[in-house]
Design a protein around this ligand. Structure first.
Ligand code: URA
Length: 209
C-alpha cells in the first residue's frame, strides 16, 4: 500500500503473536509492547538525516556521523500511545514529547480532545505520532490535524496494528504522512475493533476493563 510500511521483522511478528493471545498477562503485554516499540522505532527513524562532527577517538581525530537537525518529537495519543512512547524514549532519550488526549466516543466512535501539550517549535522538527491501534483512524486524523495546526509539516504515524479501513481513511486525510505498522489486519468489526486484533490496547496494557 502506498505510503505504508509493514515492519515484518521476525522478532516483531513473534512478539506481536504473543501480544494478540488473550492468555497473555498484563505484565507480559506491557513488556512486549516496550520491546516491540524499540524495533518499530528503529524502522521509523531509518531515513533520518545525518551530518558529521569532529571527535577524537583514543587513537585519532575523525569526522563521525551524528543526527542532523533539531531533536525529534514523539507525539503520544493518550492513553495507549504511552505504551509505545516509553520504549521509543529508551532509544532516543533526547526526543521531545507531545501528549494528545483523545478519547473515542463509544456511540459515535468520533475522537474527542481533552488535552494537548506539545513543544513550541514543531515546524522545524520531525514529529512521529504514536498510537498502537489504527482502527477507524478518527483519533489519528484528529491528532495529526491538531499537530499541523500547531505548525508541524514533517510527520510520520507509527502504530502496532492497522485496519485496512483505517489506513484508507488516514492516508486520504493525510497523504503526506507515511504510516508504519507491524500488521495490517483483516477488518474493523461493527464496534470499531480491529479483527483479529488484540482487543483494547489500553485495557490490555493497564489491566483495566
Ligand atoms: N482501539 C483498540 O484498543 N483496539 C481496537 O481493536 C481498536 C481501537
Amino acid at each position: 500500500m502506498n505510503g505504508v510500511t509493514v515492519v515484518d521483522h521476525p522478532l516483531v511478528q513473534h512478539k506481536l503473536t504473543i501480544m494478540r493471545d488473550k492468555e497473555t498477562s498484563t505484565a507480559s503485554f506491557r513488556r512486549l509492547l516496550r520491546e516491540i516499540s524499540l524495533l518499530l522505532c528503529y524502522e521509523v527513524t531509518r531515513e533520518l538525516d545525518l551530518t558529521t562532527r569532529t571527535i577524537e577517538t583514543p587513537l585519532m581525530p575523525m569526522e563521525a556521523p551524528t543526527l542532523e537537525g533539531k531533536k525529534l518529537v514523539f507525539a503520544s495519543v493518550l492513553r495507549a500511545g504511552n505504551g509505545l512512547l516509553d520504549g521509543m524514549l529508551d532509544l532516543v532519550p533526547a526526543a521531545r514529547v507531545a501528549h494528545i488526549g483523545l478519547y473515542r466516543d463509544h456511540d459515535t466512535l468520533e475522537a474527542v480532545e481533552y488535552f494537548f501539550k506539545a513543544p513550541g517549535d514543531l515546524e522545524d522538527r520531525l514529529v512521529i505520532v504514536v498510537d498502537p491501534m489504527l482502527a477507524t483512524a478518527n483519533s489519528a486524523i484528529a491528532a495529526v490535524d491538531k499537530l499541523k495546526q500547531r505548525g508541524a509539516t514533517n510527520l510520520r504515524f507509527l502504530c502496532l496494528l492497522a485496519a485496512p479501513e483505517g489506513i484508507e481513511r488516514f492516508t486520504s486525510a493525510h497523504p503526506d504522512v507515511p504510516v508504519f505498522t507491524a500488521s495490517i489486519d483483516e477488518k474493523l468489526n461493527e464496534k470499531g475493533y480491529i479483527v483479529p486484533g488484540l482487543g483494547d490496547a489500553g485495557d490490555r496494557m493497564y489491566g483495566t476493563k
